[in-house]
Design a protein around this ligand. Structure first.
Ligand code: CDP
Length: 220
């Protein structure tokens, strides 16, 4: 039997990463940060000099992507890339290669391999629609673009990273448009997704909501 999956999808900076991580912790389940895989591929492409539009080259890189997730750090081959991974430029590059059909297909098995007992919380854009369509709980997290830009700004400043609110707002809009308008696996709620608008919710409130839905489905 397949382990149960809670799919947490939504736009950038909607809080889904934080919410998914806390839900996984509360349940004692595994966690998949699928965005990190797209980001890692963007870093690998930069390193190998492969263009973000080169579908065949990126697909070859995706097939042999050598990544390791540690407790606190992420490795690309032998290189620790946790810092580079979280840069806004890396997210932007990831969203460019994420429009490519063959690239997405090449990353599918790698994402599905995270599904292990007792369960998986999967954070991304297409977790419910494509990667784990049979997930018994699908959450679509949203928040207004302004509040997402504010959150991302606060996050970056807290980490001591450079940030500019106006630029962030523009980047988020650009990224939203690319994620929602792409032909393959566009960002949108599934028919069976539960919508959760976190604009006025705290992280704790959002986590409680998801745990309550999990309980209602007897997943914990
Ligand atoms: O943290 P943030 O939401 O900004 O980005 P992320 O979740 O790390 O994902 C980076 C980019 O990868 C997104 O803008 C998407 O274009 C792409 N992505 C995707 O296409 N499918 C996923 N399941 C996860 C991420």
């Amino acid at each position: 039997m397949n382990a149960p999956v809670i799919a947490v999808d939504g736009p950038t900076a909607s809080g889904k990463g934080t919410v998914a991580t806390l839900v996984a912790k509360a349940l004692g389940w595994h966690m998949l940060d699928s965005g990190a895989i797209y980001r890692l591929l963007a870093l690998a492409a930069d390193e190998a000099g492969v263009a973000l539009e080169d579908e065949a080259g990126l697909t070859r890189l995706a097939d042999k992507l050598d990544v390791r997730f540690g407790e606190e750090s992420v490795f690309l081959a032998e290189r620790e890339v946790s810092f580079d991974l979280r840069q806004e430029a890396t997210g932007l590059a990831a969203s460019k290669l994420a429009v490519l059909k063959e690239v997405r297909a090449a990353l599918l098995a790698r994402q599905r391999a995270f599904r292990m007992p007792p369960g998986l919380v999967a954070d991304g854009r297409d977790m419910g629609a494509v990667v784990f369509p049979d997930a018994p709980l699908k959450i679509f997290l949203t928040a207004s673009v302004e509040s997402r830009a504010q959150r991302r700004y606060k996050q970056l400043i807290e980490k001591g990273l450079p940030a500019n609110l106006a630029n962030l707002l523009q980047d988020l809009r650009e990224r939203d448009a690319r994620d929602m308008q792409r032909a393959i696996a566009p960002l949108k709620p599934c028919e069976d997704s539960i919508l959760l608008d976190t604009t006025t919710l705290s992280i704790d409130e959002a986590v409680t909501f998801v745990l309550h839905e999990a309980q209602a489905r007897k997943l914990q």
